[in-house]
Design a binder for this molecule. Structure first.
Ligand SMILES: Cc1cc2nc3c(=O)[nH]c(=O)nc-3n(C[C@H](O)[C@H](O)[C@H](O)COP(=O)(O)OP(=O)(O)OC[C@H]3O[C@@H](n4cnc5c(N)ncnc54)[C@H](O)[C@@H]3O)c2cc1C
Length: 392
């Protein structure tokens, strides 16, 4: 049963290089090396050769994916078109899976060489259903797929979608960043993406500092517009470490800090909030480590006498939070700073304003009461914690 063992190795792989290696091995064991990256042709061959060797639960992955492909059968005339997706975050990979099911040739390029994100994303029920229909429960058996709060870690989302994307015959290149687009010329009749090995901060260094700066002074939704950077699209000689990918469709999925959308002159709507200084550290939560196994999410009383913020008037909270495979620390400005400011100046001013409806005023009063209540509750937790800590 070499085929089943190779499949199981692929299912449990949990880093980019292991997924790539185990997938290559699976194709070799099935005698399908030549079909890698060849779209639904690969999926059909893998399903045909592999499923007779799998148990009932494992077969269900292929039954589900076949049903998803069938649903889309009449929606597309995409044969032969290549979609290039830049960014293998949740959005890029979900788009890649969709396009692969619609029978496009899809290539995804991602600058990071590993799944380095450990934050978690809370889902709507339909998002979880979608992830399950694409195999998430097979790759990550421990995720909770029902209940009030459903969530997956970003790396679990990426891991699941990448594996399904590979099974659907997609190509994914890690450790490469896009740095330009090459217009059609005499030699190649299509637009091409220009890529080179990712070096941290290289693109930023080349960017003028005022373009890179983020203005946090305006609170609200602000459209941020840019002018097209012609050098991003200029024909150019091939650089030594460069390679090019011809495409018919180009998807920018580089996340909110995308540099390409800026260079392509997109207007983006940016949500800005009051500036808050904080420190967030995202680590991997390893339950196999005996020291971490019995830990609980908690708010710490971290402000000892020598703590630098002790001497100023800002109260801070230190939260340690454990969920999924995320171990998250956040040192943030406490709610009490905001409550004080709100209750004395802004709140009264807001309540007098005639432009605000009675409904809104009522709900503001209610949430302010809740904030005060939360604050009192928080103080009690701090008090109890400090007593406990001072005893131990
Ligand atoms: C610390 C932190 C905590 C968060 N917590 C939550 C939370 O609790 N709940 C929630 O819903 N959301 C949370 N978010 C937000 C969430 O991570 C994003 O909304 C989500 O990841 C967006 O997905 P995306 O695919 O659009 O972008 P991203 O996940 O940012 O993916 C974009 C990808 O594109 C790649 N890329 C960028 N530029 C290039 C280039 N030039 N060439 C090649 N590749 C490129 C990047 O490396 C990245 O992998 C958090 C974010 C952070 C940073």
């Amino acid at each position: 049963m070499a085929e089943r063992a190779a499949f199981e190795e692929f299912i449990i792989a949990d880093e980019v290089s292991d997924v790539e290696k185990s997938f290559k091995n699976l194709l070799a064991v099935l005698g399908l090396e030549d079909t890698q990256g060849q779209g639904l042709l690969l999926f059909d061959h893998v399903r045909e050769r592999l499923t007779p060797k799998l148990n009932f639960g494992q077969k269900r992955l292929f039954t589900n994916l076949s049903a998803q492909i069938k649903k889309r059968k009449d929606l597309t005339t995409s044969q032969g078109l290549t979609a290039m997706i830049c960014g293998a975050g949740p959005v890029g990979l979900r788009a890649a899976v969709e396009l692969a099911m619609l029978d496009f040739d899809v290539v995804v390029i991602e600058k990071r060489p590993t799944f380095s994100r450990v934050n978690i994303i809370t889902f709507w029920g339909e998002t979880m259903n979608d992830m399950v229909s694409l195999g998430a429960k097979v790759y990550c058996p421990n995720i909770l797929t029902s209940g009030d709060i459903q969530f997956m870690g970003t790396r679990q989302i990426q891991l699941s979608l990448l594996k399904t994307f590979l099974l659907l015959g997609g190509k994914c290149l890690y450790g490469q960043e896009i740095f330009g687009l090459m217009p059609p010329d005499g030699a190649v009749n299509q637009w091409q993406g220009r890529f080179r090995p990712y070096a941290q901060g290289r693109r930023l260094k080349q960017m003028d500092a005022s373009t890179a700066a983020v203005d946090f002074n305006n609170k609200s939704e602000v459209p941020q517009s840019h002018t097209l950077d012609q050098s991003f699209l200029a024909p150019s000689n091939m650089e030594s470490d460069e390679h090019r990918i011809p495409f018919d469709l180009y998807f920018v999925a580089e996340g909110s800090w995308s540099d390409s959308t800026r260079k392509l002159g997109f207007t983006k709507l940016i949500q800005k909030y009051n500036p808050v200084i904080g420190l967030v550290i995202n680590c991997k939560y390893n339950k196999d480590n005996p020291l971490e196994k019995n830990m609980k999410s908690t708010i710490h009383h971290a402000l000892n006498k020598d703590f630098p913020l002790k001497s100023c008037n800002i109260v801070t909270e230190f939260v340690e939070y454990l969920k999924g495979d995320t171990h998250y620390f956040a040192l943030v400005v406490a709610k009490t700073n905001i409550v004080k400011k709100m209750s004395q100046e802004k709140f009264d001013e807001m309540m007098l304003s005639e432009s605000i409806t009675d409904d809104v005023k009522a709900s503001c009063k209610q949430s302010t009461r809740k904030l005060h209540f939360d604050f009192i509750f928080f103080k009690i937790i701090l008090f109890v914690n400090s007593k406990l800590f001072s005893r131990s």
